[in-house]
Design a binder for this molecule. Structure first.
Ligand SMILES: Cc1ncc(COP(=O)(O)O)c(C=O)c1O
Ligand SMILES: N[C@@H](CCOP(=O)(O)O)C(=O)O
Length: 467
């Protein structure tokens, strides 16, 4: 198995090189040369595996044995040891057709832990094997940063800098990032929004001399390992459902911002998981919904919503989807991405929109509908959704074909992370101890303007270089 870029200008590379490269050196995103497929029989044979065993099987299709079997098993075991549920990701049944996959039982209470606990351990493993410094650079709307920091804090040979939008993450998210006192962690609070932070890191990853000098590494979904690790939960959810319920295929409703969560499902489907509908749920920052419904991919004004982690306009993994949409034609992708850069928008023909809609159904959730959904599910099932998970459920209600098999809605965060929204409804929740204790800790962060040179100055004095 080798990996290549959506823009076609990266020579095929192996698993570890792909992990370290992050963003393709031609500015594209990395994808597998060919997506391995799993037969129905093989898939059914995995039905009794634990989450860790299943992940091992799926990763083994991609790692070319670059990580010895025993090491890979150890890395996986260690990565999920801190999850509080024995099933790692429990599947809760709300009614005959609706199941909620809880992805938030990791150390930072959001679905990002599923992939990032593993990636942190993999970075530490590679740092040790290659005896090279690893300088991580990431952008976050709140959850990726907290999770990535938790996965590498205090680890030998690794420095991590995370850019988050100043004042635009929830209080708990901010505390999860900024109360970490380890010297290998730098939080830059940027006067801008998440798109500004993501744009800056993409610029720096595209600056090959800077990237090479600092061995810059990615933890965002720019990195294909994130996508691959997230695809595992689609396999797992499918296999957790009783055989009579999953036969004929299942549907997923997926809160999405950077297109990473849903693209992981798209990948799982391509690998052989019998997925029928992929319902994409956005909040009022609905660029992806407009793309799917109307064929217009055009950022509009940034809005702060009750689901701040999905307050994203320019979706990183959109390019990966375009690559498959154009039949893996890197020339078309490059042309379209250049057009987007020049014109600030892309439009698609009616025939193309019809094809897109065969892949994905979309629904955008207003702030009001998000809160109504939280209240309704609290009243109906005594089940407290966080606002992102509520977007997933609202999309299932609003756009899911509920007569066509079981639905799995992804619950991507614990409600305690977003108490600002829950409190509006007058609902009092008890915080997990690990969150409660954050409120008494001192914070450490540097506030910077959204100016690349100022950010680079911070990075240059923080990152380590090889001796
Ligand atoms: C809690 C939560 N739910 C959903 C999402 C959407 O995930 P993605 O942007 O990877 O599609 C994010 C991050 O964007 C998130 O933090
Ligand atoms: N919701 C994310 C945004 C970054 O997305 P990523 O999937 O590229 O890490 C966050 O919480 O930071």
């Amino acid at each position: 198995m080798k990996f290549k870029s959506t823009r076609g200008k990266v020579s095929p590379i192996g698993f570890i090189d792909m992990f370290l490269m992050g963003l393709g050196e031609d500015g594209g995103l990395i994808v597998p040369e060919t997506i391995p497929t799993v037969s129905e029989e093989q898939l059914e044979g995995w039905a009794k595996l634990s989450y860790q065993e299943l992940m091992f099987e799926i990763f083994s299709l991609f790692t070319n044995e670059e990580i010895p079997e025993q090491d890979l098993k150890e890395l996986i075991k260690e990565s999920y040891a801190g999850f509080t549920s024995p099933d790692v990701l429990p599947l809760t049944t709300l009614n005959d057709s609706l199941h909620v996959l809880e992805l938030f039982h990791g150390p930072t209470f959001a679905f990002k832990d599923v992939a990032l606990q593993f990636m942190g351990n993999l970075y530490a493993y590679v740092a040790k094997k290659q005896n090279k410094v690893i300088n991580i650079l990431g952008a976050t709307s709140g959850d990726t940063g907290a999770s990535a920091i938790s996965s590498v804090r205090g680890k030998e040979g690794i420095q991590i800098c995370i850019l988050h939008p100043n004042g635009k993450v929830s209080l708990v998210q901010e505390l999860q990032m900024t109360t970490v006192q380890d010297d290998n962690v730098l939080n830059l609070s940027v006067n801008g929004n998440f798109d500004d932070c993501q744009q800056t890191i993409k610029e720096l990853f595209a600056d090959i001399s800077f990237k090479t000098k600092y061995h810059l590494r990615a933890i965002n979904s720019i990195n294909f390992v994130r996508i691959l690790a997230q695809s595992v939960y689609y396999f797992y959810a499918y296999l957790q459902l009783p055989a009579n319920i999953r036969s004929g295929g299942v549907n997923f409703s997926i809160p999405t911002g950077n297109f990473g969560n849903i693209f992981s499902g798209y990948l799982a489907k391509k690998m052989g998981v019998p997925i029928k509908q992929l319902v994409l749920a956005t909040n009022e920052n609905n660029i992806l919904e407009r793309f799917i419904r109307e064929g217009i991919y055009k950022p509009e004004g940034f809005l702060s919503t009750h689901s701040p982690s999905m307050d994203i306009q320019i979706a990183s993994n959109f390019e990966r989807y375009l690559y498959y949409f154009y039949g893996e034609d890197a020339v078309s992708v490059t042309a379209r991405m250049e057009q987007f850069k020049a014109e600030g928008q892309l439009t698609f023909t009616a025939e193309e929109v019809a094809r897109i809609q065969q892949d994905i159904t979309a629904y955008s959730v207003s702030n009001e509908e998000c809160l109504e959904t939280i209240q309704t599910y609290q009243d109906r099932y005594n089940y407290l959704l966080d606002p992102h998970s509520a977007c997933g459920i609202a999309a299932y209600e609003g756009a899911g074909n509920q007569d066509d098999g079981a639905f799995v809605s992804l619950a991507t965060a614990h409600p305690a992370k977003f108490d600002e929204a829950i409190r509006i409804l007058g609902i009092e929740q008890k915080f997990p101890e690990r969150i409660q204790e954050l409120f008494n800790k001192p914070q450490r962060q540097v506030i910077v303007d959204n100016v690349t040179a100022d950010i680079v100055e911070q990075l240059e004095s923080f990152y380590k270089v090889d001796k």
